[in-house]
Design a binder for this molecule. Structure first.
Ligand SMILES: *Cc1c(COP(=O)(O)O)cnc(C)c1O
Length: 355
């Protein structure tokens, strides 16, 4: 079975072998205080920076999930007001987190599958953080990074936070132009779920320290201050998902060998094939009509005659594809296009749709 679901998804092709080796080496029993564990974290710090071109002074923290990272960002970096671009469920979760933490946050919300009108957006001067979901997994939209940089340039005082869960490592980010970036590993990295990463630049860290020193509640064990103390020792506060950390180290090494440029080119080639196929198909419509906002890593297709039969048929042929998200479950299907998905499997998938 090939999983083209937008998370969890198909494992990266090398993962089964890495898991077998990890069991032979007793990695799941390894202490998170051991030298060996610390060497995995060290390797991740080096290789993640190398693969994604992250500046050396940006901190890398481990979280349990991307959803956790949203909460940590709001707790540590927002005293009163954040601003959220929302066009689907994950961006909404980020906004909701701010509201639940009693912030006076603002929202610019458009329908699922739609882009934003960046020219006419009004962001108040006292906004401390602006939150983007780069690729909205529920609706298959992506915000062009240039638009994110330009909002950052116009709102210099605000920190820029970007959720890249379903677009990393494909998305090419100029990290100098953003302050906080986060993701979990079960989508683009093709790993088992249960691990998140949060990248924090010195400016965002400084904001967290100023809030903490002023007496704001910035959380308990996972406040930025203690996360940095542990990161500097290549450790974590709690017992983390040691196996997933080991597998991330392995997959980063595999991706470096393959080359990020190749991964990005392949992703674009596969995305183009999928979009062209459904653009030309008389039975289906693409949900995202404005090409500027189409995501290359999650493609959402409206299915006028329901999604269930299509998904069942595909399963018979060896493909598990995602249903629509939430209330669109029966009305859409979602196809993930991650580095774990080969060109061959995408071709076979498209051939499996009845013409
Ligand atoms: C899947 C997803 C999340 C949630 O990730 P978890 O690891 O389940 O917390 C957040 N944002 C986006 C864009 C996602 O696709």
């Amino acid at each position: 079975m090939i999983y083209l679901t937008p998370g969890p998804s198909q494992l990266y092709p090398t993962i089964k072998q890495h898991i077998l080796e990890s069991l032979e080496d007793d990695i799941p029993s390894l202490s998170h205080r051991s030298e060996k564990f610390r060497s995995f974290v060290k390797d991740i710090y080096v290789d993640l920076r190398k693969l994604l071109d992250i500046p050396d002074d940006y901190h890398v923290f481990f979280t349990a999930s991307a959803t956790e990272a949203m909460e940590r960002i709001i707790q540590n970096c927002v005293a009163e007001k954040s601003f959220h671009f929302v066009n689907g469920s994950f961006a909404k979760r980020f906004y909701q987190t701010a509201i639940e933490l009693k912030k006076q946050s603002d929202i610019y919300s458009v329908d699922i599958g739609k882009g934003f009108d960046f020219k006419n957006v009004k962001i108040l001067k006292n906004t401390e953080l602006i939150a983007f979901t780069h690729t909205e997994t529920s609706g298959g939209t992506a915000v062009p990074m240039e638009e994110i940089y330009s909002i950052g340039k116009k709102n210099k005082k605000a920190l820029i936070a970007v959720d890249v869960v379903s677009s990393i490592p494909y998305v090419n980010i100029d990290y100098k132009k953003v302050d906080l970036v986060f993701f979990s590993v079960q989508k683009g990295f093709g790993l088992p779920a249960g691990l998140g990463l949060l990248i924090v630049n010195p400016r965002a860290f400084k904001k967290a320290e100023s809030l903490r020193k002023k007496g704001f509640n910035v959380g308990s064990y996972h406040k930025f201050q203690t996360m940095l103390e542990q990161a500097q020792k290549f450790q974590t506060i709690e017992t983390p998902n040691v196996l997933d950390i080991y597998l991330l180290k392995c997959v980063l090494n595999d991706m470096l060998k393959k080359g990020i440029d190749v991964i990005r080119e392949e992703t674009e080639k596969k995305a183009k094939m999928i979009y062209t196929f459904f653009d030309e198909h008389s039975e289906y419509d693409l949900l995202v009509t404005d090409k500027k906002f189409r995501a290359n890593t999650v493609i959402v297709i409206s299915t006028p005659n329901g999604s269930k039969k299509i998904l069942d048929d595909l399963k018979q042929k060896g493909f598990t594809v995602g249903a629509g998200y939430g209330e669109n479950k029966e009305k859409q299907i979602r196809i993930a296009n991650f580095p774990a998905h080969s060109l061959k499997s995408i071709k076979e998938l498209l051939n499996s749709f009845s013409n």
